[in-house]
Design a protein around this ligand. Sequence first.
Ligand SMILES: [Zn+2]
Length: 208
Amino acid sequence: MIIVLFGKPTCGKGTISKMLEKDGYFVLGGSDVLRENSRTKTAKYYNEAQHALTTGILISSELLNKMMTEKISTIDNPNIVVEGYPRKIKQAEHLLTLFPPEKIRAFYLEVSDEEVEERIINRLVCRDCSAPFSRKEPMQSKKEGVCDHCGGELYQRIDDTAETIKVRLNEFNVKTLPVLEYLKEHIDIIDIPDLSSQEQYEFILKNL
Ligand SMILES: [Zn+2]
């Protein structure tokens, strides 16, 4: 089973991916694949990944598609959660060649722009395992500044500000919504209301 999660920043993709990971799913994040290639000089796309991450220039779909293809060839697990990919039409076309469409279950996690702004300003992320937390309930860590999952340090990303979130929301509406429209011509995308993560997780399990 291939689960693909879509949604605006902070919609809960990360939290739900972690829950599915505990059920045995392999979590494949578009930006994780990019970061993985930037970490060791022996990685096949080290230079390209480094360039994208240090300049902030978005990596081309062609290159990201290649990274995804190679990563998937190393995954020895039929159950995969894909998140943060595809973000462009060319990537969406590629997704449909990576997996048989009948095996894909796609979900769109709904959340309002106002709620996204509120969450971003309070968001904290684990330096080691990327798990998301918040300064506010219900996503506070048990111990302040420490990841519940791995004990890593929590920090606020420098781009998590009220100003940049407006840019990112606009980008989402302009770039990602057309991707969803394209995919809907080929696969079903199920809308999930803005419930608690636990309820959204159960909703997904019921719709697999
Ligand atoms: Zn962690």
